[in-house]
Design a protein around this ligand. Sequence first.
Ligand code: ADP
Length: 269
Amino acid sequence: MIEIRNISKTFHQKKQAFKALDQVSLNIDKGDIVGIIGFSGAGKSTLIRTVNLLERPDEGQIIINGKDFTQLSSKQLAEERKKIGMIFQHFNLLSSRTVFDNVALPLELDHNSKDQINKKVNELLKIVGLEDKANDYPRSLSGGQKQRVAIARALANDPYLLLCDEATSALDPVTTQSILQLLRDINQRLGITILLITHEMEVIKSVCNHVAVIDKGKLLAKGTLSEIISNRENPVIQQFINSDVMTLPQELNIRLQKEPQDGLFPLVE
Ligand code: ADP
């Protein structure tokens, strides 16, 4: 269903070139939950962002349902992206909008009628277990509830694919498990394929049926969790298996807090 073929991406900053992705290839089947794991700076975000062409690769192809995304016009891409939901570490909700209105946003942008919006948003709030929070504002919600709103919003256009960029990194372990359970339900009940990136082995163990390990822009290994775990030869993979949480280096934490993460929805209104 998704074929990532020989993707490379180089960033240029202060006259220096940095290869964030180097000839990465990965196939993802319909209905799969695939986890991409790697240390900070390995290229995980860049990889996930190339899937819907938020980041354009320098070379390689992204084939989704037979369409080569790298060949689509901006207008065609905008249309295709409606069917790909995305959720982020910091939820990216609009603080001036209620829970209902945050979830309704993609439907409004797609010119649905008021009745259609009401029906769909109520359905989505039920799926994520927030029916009683429709009129609340994000500031009164817990981190887990905010991520549930973001998930409901990501499901608004009935996507076939959900991209999760460190979706549980800002949550405590119990809330993390409840969000992962929700992702499993969505995968099973709605048949949505999920591609998630994480630096936490625990997330991979809880929810993914396939894993790809990325390091310094290269794909080191891919397979089922047991296949990856049985790979005793690669030292990077062994480091992951032996550690539950890959902590972010201090300088990257600071960078992430300073830089807005651009995606389908702005961080600031
Ligand atoms: P990860 O998600 O695994 O932490 P990223 O994909 O965010 O890694 O980044 C891979 C590398 O590419 C890092 O060294 C990062 O600094 C660099 N990088 C990512 N995005 C940009 C950008 N927009 N401009 C310059 N460098 C970038």
